[in-house]
Design a protein around this ligand. Structure first.
Ligand code: FE2
Ligand code: FE2
Length: 423
């Protein structure tokens, strides 16, 4: 919005100036208009030939009547009036300021400036009979008021203009505010990627109804997304169980790996969301062994061992809420020293869930009768010990070892006590 103000301001100021000048110019023109101040009627010699009685009246006993006529005419015209004969003698006059130059003393028609700094306009008009014979001339003198620039009007108009524009822009700002809030929301989504229900960006809380509608819409979307994720996980678990069931020595493997992994999750105080990710990954970690588009759905057609973590992760990464699980599955065969697959990550580059899964998976392989000789818990830990730091995260392995030994001693104690109570 600030940018809009800055862009519009020069244009608005220019508009205001133009309008103010137009208004000021019109006022100046109106103030320049002036009434005729003086009229001279010059009667020429032709009048004597055309109407001799008029000349006699003007110079003889009819003079009073002529003066009365001039007086009346002068008053009705609101201008000084004089009538002169052909020699320039005044026959009758009324309302004239003798200090002012007569039109006859001024140059021809046009604008003249007097000694007193006044501007006079002179217009000369011939008096014609129907003949047409010129019987004289009328000379009119009008003073033109010298109007200066009307600063007061100009300033007033400019002020009104600026206030008007300010009010309009303020109204536009208010009207556009909900849109800018919506824009901020979508910009945020654009930056963060997929829709997430979280705290709204600053300012969204003022968006009122729009914000509430948007929030409800996003919550509904998130609800549907969760339902899709849950259904997907259920299907994936069914597939994983079926795959185990149809694969020699695999039955129960995923469930046991989930249990071992959850011991460490508990020990590390994982939050519920992280723990769920780990358990889903543990239950489905070898789902990538099922070959896609295979005539044999339960993995009798083998898939290359190195590819199964990526294949398994691919199923999960399409859904926003399962991307954490996808990452764990993708890296559950990485070794701590960087010799694993598929990306040869090492140390803490490997997600902690994947490092846990690496230990739980290996422990169950040793405990199960895969190779025909299942190991006791202590023996399995002993066999894994030498790979701590090479295959397994040494710190996590130490914690895991503690957990296993603790639980083994508890189990033995409970077994002993129950045997005693049976005796
Ligand atoms: Fe695996
Ligand atoms: Fe496994």
């Amino acid at each position: 919005m600030e940018r809009l103000w800055i862009r519009l301001l020069p244009f608005l100021v220019l508009l205001g100036l133009c309008e103010a000048f137009l208004v000021a110019d019109r006022e100046r023109e109106e103030r320049s208009r002036s009434e005729v101040g003086r009229l001279e009627i010059h009667l020429g010699d032709a009048l004597r030939a055309w109407r001799p009685e008029l000349t006699q009246r003007a110079s003889g006993k009819g003079k009073e009547a002529l003066e009365a006529l001039v007086t009346n005419l002068s008053r009705s015209l609101r201008a000084g009036l004089e009538v002169r004969d052909a020699r320039g003698r005044i026959l009758a006059a009324h309302g004239l300021d003798r200090d002012e130059p007569a039109a006859s003393e001024l140059p021809e028609s046009g604008v003249s400036r007097t000694e007193k700094g006044r501007t006079l306009v002179v217009v000369r008009q011939p008096l014609l009979t129907s003949g047409p014979a010129r019987i004289g001339e009328v000379r009119a003198t009008a003073e033109v008021e010298e109007a200066g620039f009307p600063w007061e009007t100009w300033s007033f108009v400019l002020l009104i203009q600026v206030f008007g524009i300010g009010i309009v822009l303020f109204a536009v700002t208010l009207a556009l505010r909900p849109l800018s809030v919506l824009g901020a929301w979508f910009r945020r989504l654009g930056v963060e990627g997929a829709f997430r229900v979280g705290s709204p960006p600053p300012g969204i809380a003022e968006g009122g109804r729009l914000e509430a509608d948007l929030r409800r819409g996003l919550e509904a979307m998130r609800g549907r997304e969760l339902a899709v994720e849950e259904s997907f996980v259920e299907v994936a678990l069914c597939l994983a169980r079926e795959h185990e069931f149809h694969t020699d020595g695999e039955t129960g493997h995923a469930q046991r790996v989930r249990r071992y992994a959850s011991w460490l999750a508990e020990r590390l105080r994982f939050d519920p969301e992280k723990r769920d990710e780990l358990e889903v990954a543990a239950l489905c970690h070898d789902l990538g062994r099922i070959p896609p588009d295979s005539g044999s759905p339960w993995g009798r057609e083998s898939i290359r061992e190195e590819r199964h973590p990526e294949e398994g992760a691919r199923y999960f990464q399409a859904l926003q809420g399962l991307q954490g699980a996808a990452e764990i599955i993708r890296h559950h065969h990485e070794n701590f020293d960087g010799t694993g697959y598929p990306h040869r990550l090492s140390g803490e580059e490997i997600p902690v869930g994947a490092r846990i899964l690496r230990i739980a998976d290996a422990f169950d392989r040793l405990r199960a009768e895969v190779a025909g000789a299942a190991l006791e818990a202590g023996e399995a830990l002993e066999a894994m010990e030498e790979d701590a730091g090479r295959i397994f995260d040494p710190e996590l392995f130490a914690l895991f070892k503690e957990e296993v030994l603790l639980r083994e001693s508890d189990r033995k104690r409970v077994t002993l006590e129950s045997a005693k109570s049976e005796d």
